[in-house]
Design a protein around this ligand. Structure first.
Ligand SMILES: Cc1cc2nc3c(=O)[nH]c(=O)nc-3n(C[C@H](O)[C@H](O)[C@H](O)COP(=O)(O)OP(=O)(O)OC[C@H]3O[C@@H](n4cnc5c(N)ncnc54)[C@H](O)[C@@H]3O)c2cc1C
Length: 410
């Protein structure tokens, strides 16, 4: 693979993780972004690295692989730059999930049972243990579980560390460079046409986050990645109030739901600077970037149920971002069967920060023909949720996509 040229399209945390793996494997890597690195969705994530919110299945497997990789990756980053590694604020603080209704307790207990069977550490907390672990959490709860493997990072700094590793391994970064189309020859993508001219390569990785659908359509091989908006409140710095990543048991239901209308659940965590992040909402509103008071107040109300002591705490700011959403809630990782040379790494919805390092490793495994860290079949591109109901049928006998930028037709 030495000398193989790879272009990663998108410098969010997923593109950065892919670039890191490919550059360390010896590929000649260029990372392209229409903006600045980590300035899009990645700058709007909360930074939770979670296993606790995933039921048994491929996403949990990728989460566990990623959770194992994070300390290894950051140790390697620290050898290059102690400052870059420290800025990531890696904090294996653990997560606590709290149910506040009888139905919630039943659901949470059953969910944890299934997770334990899949190898997840989940410890039941009685009222006294919960009070010791989180002195300010509501006493009005029906069940609580401790997940020691949950952790947290500062998302933009984590992406910068991964990209920094890639650049140190020889990768190049091109910012303010918008990908507009593909040049193809004989069913293979040979270049992308950008606002800064043509970039030729052997492999291209679509890591455009919630814009992966739009970008893939420009390249002539559309995948169904959409946006699912989330909003977060940020308090002024507080004395220590929240010690783990704490969330309401109904969060898992909101994550798994495909509803278009507003879903909210309380997700609360402190940051290195002392501010408490209060999430989160889920809405399918395209790329509508407006903050809505009714959404922010619904998020705040749920958080107060979990942490009554947050009442009266000043909110310093609120922000929102667009999760990259695939209708079956699984990421898309692998080669595009319609266009040789095109790969996808995206669609991680609300888990792309945590899953980035596992995604980068899996993509590298697949691209280089290595033994993959897990079976990547569930993330394949040619599944109905990604290509539509006729996904496989449409591929049979296909000569490749219609490419508006094909060299032959240009
Ligand atoms: C409110 C909120 C809270 C979240 N909390 C968490 C959390 O706690 N834990 C977690 O794991 N995840 C969380 N997430 C999800 C996480 O932020 C995303 O899954 C992740 O950031 C996606 O990263 P990405 O690199 O795929 O996308 P992005 O960061 O969006 O990067 C894609 C890049 O592609 C570029 N691009 C797009 N189109 C083009 C083009 N045509 N040409 C060139 N460049 C292009 C963009 O400029 C962008 O920089 C949260 C998300 C939100 C919105």
């Amino acid at each position: 693979m030495y000398g193989t040229r790879g272009v990663v399209l998108g410098a969010g945390i997923v593109g950065s993780a892919c670039a890191r793996e490919l550059a360390l494997a010896g590929l000649d890597v260029t990372v392209v972004d229409r903006g600045a690195p980590a300035s899009a969705t990645t700058a709007h994530g909360e930074g939770n690295v979670l296993v606790s919110d995933k039921g048994p299945g491929p996403e949990l497997e990728l989460a566990r692989i990623s959770r194992k990789l994070w300390p290894e990756v950051l140790a390697a980053t620290a050898e290059r730059s102690a400052h870059a590694a420290q800025a990531v604020e890696w904090d294996p603080k653990g997560g606590i999930v709290v149910a506040t209704t009888d139905a919630g307790a039943k659901g949470l207990t059953a969910f944890a049972e299934a997770q334990r069977a899949a190898g997840v550490h989940a410890k039941t907390l009685d009222a006294a243990a919960l009070a010791r672990a989180e002195p300010y959490v509501t006493r009005d709860h029906t069940a609580a579980l401790h997940y020691p493997d949950d952790a947290q990072v500062q998302p933009a700094a984590a992406a910068a560390a991964l990209l920094g590793d890639a650049l140190a391994a020889g990768a190049r970064l091109r910012t303010a460079c918008e990908v507009q189309g593909a040049v193809t020859r004989g069913g293979r993508i040979t270049a992308v046409r950008t606002s800064a001219g043509l970039i030729e390569a052997d492999r291209f990785v679509n890591a455009a986050g919630p814009w992966a659908g739009e970008l893939s359509a420009r390249l002539g091989a559309p995948v169904d990645v959409r946006s699912r908006r989330g909003d977060v409140l940020v308090t002024t710095p507080l004395p220590p109030t929240v010690f783990h990543k704490v969330y309401d048991a109904d969060y898992v239901g909101a994550v798994g739901s495909s509803a278009e209308d507003l879903q909210t659940s309380a997700v609360v965590e402190s940051t290195g600077g002392g501010s408490v992040l209060i999430g989160s909402s889920r809405r399918r509103v395209g790329f509508d970037d407006r903050l809505r008071p009714e959404v922010l107040s619904a998020v705040a109300a749920k958080a107060l149920r979990l942490f009554p002591s947050l009442a009266g705490v000043p909110v310093m700011r609120a922000y929102g971002g667009f999760r990259p959403y695939v209708p079956d809630h699984l990421p898309v990782i692998g080669a595009d069967p319609r266009l040789d040379g095109l790969w996808h790494a995206g669609g991680h919805e609300g888990a792309g920060i945590g899953l980035s390092v596992g995604t980068g490793r899996l993509l590298r495994n697949l691209m280089l023909g290595e033994q993959p860290v897990m079976d990547a079949t569930p993330f394949r591109v040619d599944r109905p949720a990604v290509l539509g109901a006729g996904a496989r049928d449409g591929l049979d006998g296909a000569d490749g996509p219609e490419t508006p930028e094909s060299e032959e037709s240009a």
